[in-house]
Write a protein that binds this ligand. Structure first.
Ligand code: AMP
Length: 122
């Protein structure tokens, strides 16, 4: 699969469509999800062209990978989420229902998030 430069997050990175920005640095852009699933629902995306967690982990440079994950902690800290806790999710591929094919993490918080996934999958 090749990276589609017309995906919605690529357009956000190019400032072709707006976002509700939470944080930005050399490696990452973080913005509020347009359809939040919890009181806090931030998306974090690397600035490079990576399709998924798998793609980013395989092809990202050490600086990109380190910078990206350190930014997740910075955003959680900036939003004051450490005390009550938060969840990080990355959907990868069809079974996980990944909709946008630019790698992203969901940072979700602000209430009791329940168990990790719905029961009854096995
Ligand atoms: P995923 O299913 O993991 O690919 O999640 C994609 C996420 O992107 C969903 O939670 C959407 O609500 C979110 N989303 C799609 N378009 C936008 C947008 N323009 N601004 C912010 N979030 C978006």
């Amino acid at each position: 699969m090749t990276y589609d430069t017309d995906n919605i997050f690529a357009k956000i990175l190019r400032d072709e469509i707006p976002c509700d920005k939470v944080y930005e640095d050399e490696y990452v852009l973080a913005f509020n999800d347009i359809l939040p699933q919890a009181p806090v629902h931030v998306l974090l995306i690397p600035k490079g062209e990576y399709i998924s967690f798998d793609d980013f982990s395989a092809k990202g440079s050490s600086a990109e990978i380190t910078g990206f994950y350190q930014a997740v902690q910075k955003v959680a800290s900036q939003l004051g989420l450490q005390k009550e806790g938060y969840r990080i999710i990355s959907n990868m591929g069809a079974n996980a229902h990944q909709e946008v094919l630019h790698y992203h993490l969901h940072l979700i918080a602000g209430c009791d998030l329940g168990r990790m996934i719905k029961s009854g999958l096995v």
